[in-house]
Ligand binder design. Sequence first.
Ligand SMILES: [Mg+2]
Length: 120
Amino acid sequence: MNSEELKATFSVFDFFDDLADQIHPTNVVKGFWNEPEVMDKYAAKLALVHSEVTEVLEALRKSQGKDKVTEEFADILIRVLDLYGELVNTGEADPELYKVMRNKMEENKNRPPKHGNRWG
Ligand SMILES: [Mg+2]
């Protein structure tokens, strides 16, 4: 990489740093970085559900075997049911998961292929 190319590369990084210097203070003023609230904790727990979903994908992608795939599905359910239990305890969800699941499963039988969506 010659010096002109290097200079151009650094200016791109400066550009992003400059954008960050403008964006972050605005978001601080708008309250996005206030002290954590309980919803931030829920969001973190949901992110961990996502991470377990990614672990299933990686187990399949890397051919890590049926045991690993099954273990990661167990991790998803543990994370989901842990959060659900907390949300029931705090009044954010109703303690009717089984009933709601049975109802949804019946409703899904009458929905169109791919539930009317293009893919999924
Ligand atoms: Mg896992």
